[in-house]
Design a protein around this ligand. Structure first.
Ligand SMILES: Nc1ncnc2c1ncn2[C@@H]1O[C@H](COP(=O)(O)OP(=O)(O)O)[C@@H](O)[C@H]1O
Ligand SMILES: [Mg+2]
Length: 350
C-alpha cells in the first residue's frame, strides 16, 4: 500500500521570511516582515532609501541576526542552520565587493577557492561566466580598470561561481547608466530562465516592473503592499485617457470639446494635457474622431496605465523620491561577516 508522502507546504518556496524584525538601538529598521518566494521566480523588494531592504536581506543571508522572527533559504533556517543557508545562496551587496587589484579571472578564482571548488571546475566556470557577462576580453585586466557596469557584472559573476540556486541582489543596478542597467536585466532574465530563484531589492519602480513576478513594497520597515506588478497597478485605479494638444492656446477649446464625452477632465496647462478616466479603446477612438473633426491639432492621444510610481503614491501618500533624504546608515555592525554593505550614498529613485 502506498504511503502518502507529506510534502511540507513550504517545499516550493525557495525563500521565506517569517515575521522578521530588526532593531538598531531605538531604530526599528524592519518591523515584522513576512513573505515567500516560490522557486524559480523573482521577487522585487521595492522601497525607498531607508525602507529596510538591506537589513532584510542581511537577515535572510545570515549577515545579521534578527531581533525577532526568522527566515529560510532553500528550506534551511538562518537561525538553526546558517551554514546550509550560505551554501544555498549567492549574494551581491549594494557596494561592489570585487578586489580591485585582482583581475576579473582572479576574483572568480579566489571566491571559487573559498567555496572549495576544484581548480579545473573553477577554470571552466570562470570562462563561462566571463563570456556570459561580456567580460571575456577584460578577464585578465585588473578590476580597477573596469567601468561601473563591468564591476557590477563581475560582482554578479563572482556570486554565481558556486551556482547557488537562490540569489540575493541588493540594488543590483543602482549607480549604473541606463544601458548597463538594461544589459544586466537581460543577464538576470537568463539566470531565472535557467531556474535560479532571485530576490532583488530596488528603489527603481521600473526595475521591479521589468523583472519581478511578485513585488513586496516596504516602507519604514513594514510591508505596505504585495502582488504582481499588474495587481499593484490595478490597486491604484483605472487607466487614464490622455490628450496632448499641440498648441497651448487650444487647451480651453479642447476642454470644452471633450467635457461632454468624459466623466471628468483634468487640465495640465504646462504639459498641454487633458486627462480623463479611460472608458476603453472605443471611447478613446470616439474622442480622437471628435478632435479630428474639430481641427484642433493633437500631439498625442492615448491610454495611460498607472505606473508603479502612481502605485507608490497611492499606497504611501508620498512619492518614492520624496524620502530620498532619509537615513544614511552608519557603519556595519561589528562582528558581521565581510559582505556587509552600508553604502547609502547612492542616488535615489528616478
Ligand atoms: N548598522 C546599522 N546601525 C544603525 N542603523 C541602521 C544600520 N543599518 C541600517 N540602519 C537603519 O535602518 C533603517 C533601514 O536601513 P536599510 O535596511 O539600510 O534600508 P534600505 O536598504 O531600504 O535603504 C534606516 O533607518 C537605517 O538608517
Ligand atoms: Mg539598502
Amino acid at each position: 500500500m502506498a504511503v502518502a508522502t507529506v510534502i511540507p507546504m513550504t517545499s516550493a518556496h525557495a525563500i521565506e521570511a517569517e515575521h522578521l524584525v530588526k532593531h538598531f538601538g531605538d531604530t526599528v529598521a524592519v518591523d515584522d516582515v513576512s513573505f515567500v518566494v516560490p522557486q524559480g521566480t523573482v521577487l522585487g523588494l521595492l522601497g525607498p532609501n531607508g525602507a529596510g531592504k538591506t537589513t532584510t536581506v542581511r537577515m535572510m543571508t545570515t549577515l545579521t541576526a534578527p531581533t525577532a522572527g526568522t527566515a529560510r533559504v532553500a528550506g534551511h533556517d538562518v537561525l538553526t542552520d546558517p551554514r546550509s543557508v550560505r551554501r544555498s545562496m549567492g549574494l551581491t551587496g549594494q557596494a561592489a565587493t570585487v578586489d580591485e587589484l585582482l583581475t576579473g579571472r582572479e576574483n572568480l578564482r579566489l571566491i571559487g577557492q573559498l567555496y572549495g571548488l576544484d581548480s579545473r571546475y573553477i577554470k571552466r566556470a570562470s570562462d563561462d561566466l566571463l563570456e556570459r557577462f561580456s567580460l571575456a576580453d577584460a578577464g585578465d585586466r585588473i578590476a580597477k580598470t573596469y567601468s561601473g557596469g563591468m564591476r557590477r557584472r563581475l560582482d554578479l559573476a563572482v556570486s554565481l561561481i558556486a551556482t547557488p540556486p537562490v540569489l540575493f541582489l541588493d540594488e543590483p543596478t543602482t549607480g549604473l547608466d541606463p544601458r548597463s542597467r538594461v544589459e544586466l536585466w537581460d543577464v538576470l532574465r537568463e539566470l531565472v530562465a535557467d531556474g535560479t530563484t532571485l530576490l532583488l531589492t530596488t528603489q527603481y519602480l521600473e526595475e521591479a516592473d521589468q523583472l519581478a513576478d511578485n513585488i513586496v513594497v516596504i516602507d519604514r520597515g513594514t510591508v505596505i503592499a504585495e502582488g504582481t506588478p499588474l495587481e499593484l497597478k490595478d490597486q491604484s485605479g483605472a487607466a487614464a485617457l490622455v490628450v496632448t494638444v499641440s498648441q497651448a492656446r487650444d487647451l480651453e477649446a479642447a476642454e470644452a470639446l471633450m467635457r461632454p464625452h468624459v466623466r471628468e477632465v483634468h487640465v495640465d496647462a504646462g504639459a498641454r494635457q487633458l486627462t480623463a478616466p479611460a472608458e476603453g479603446l472605443g471611447h478613446m477612438t470616439r474622442v480622437a474622431a471628435i478632435f479630428d473633426e474639430s481641427g484642433i491639432v493633437l500631439d498625442d492621444i492615448g491610454l495611460k496605465r498607472p505606473s508603479l510610481d502612481d502605485v507608490f503614491l497611492h499606497l504611501t501618500g508620498h512619492r518614492a523620491e520624496e524620502r530620498g533624504a532619509a537615513d544614511p546608515a552608519t557603519a556595519p555592525e561589528t562582528g558581521d561577516a565581510g559582505a556587509g554593505d552600508t553604502d547609502h550614498s547612492r542616488e535615489t529613485v528616478r
